[in-house]
Design a protein around this ligand. Structure first.
Ligand SMILES: [Zn+2]
Ligand SMILES: [Zn+2]
Length: 125
């Protein structure tokens, strides 16, 4: 998978290195090896990046009124970016939100599905 996108902290482009270097997470300070960091040397660890994306998804959901899961998924990826395991959650949210916009389920169901997606991913790790 090609990872591309913008830095969650400053919005600059991400750089890809051929060799991994030790980087420090901007948010929690965890040090780990990575191939990817931004032009200003920002780096977010997997957990923090996922958390950031999740927060954005949470804010974006009420502003999407599409009933086609593909459109919703695309909008979520564009608006929120993706990191770590968040694409799994985006897929779940896209389908649930489509159902919600057809008045088949409620917002509570969408958020519950979103949280379940996160927990499932956590268990795999
Ligand atoms: Zn940055
Ligand atoms: Zn972190």
């Amino acid at each position: 998978m090609t990872i591309s996108g913008k830095c969650f902290i400053c919005g600059k482009g991400l750089r890809h290195c051929n060799e991994s270097i030790i980087v420090k997470c901007y948010k929690c300070g965890k040090k780990e090896k990575s191939y990817i960091f931004c032009e200003n040397d920002h780096y977010l660890c997997n957990a923090c990046a996922t958390e950031t994306v999740m927060a954005k998804i949470f804010q974006t959901i009420p502003n999407i009124y599409d009933s086609n899961p593909c459109d919703i998924g695309e909008k979520l990826l564009i608006e929120c970016g993706y990191a770590g395991n968040s694409p799994h959650v985006v897929v779940a949210v896209a389908f649930l939100l489509a159902l919600k916009n057809l008045n088949l389920v409620t917002f509570e169901d969408v958020f519950e599905g979103m949280m379940r997606g996160v927990l499932e991913v956590g268990e795999i790790i």
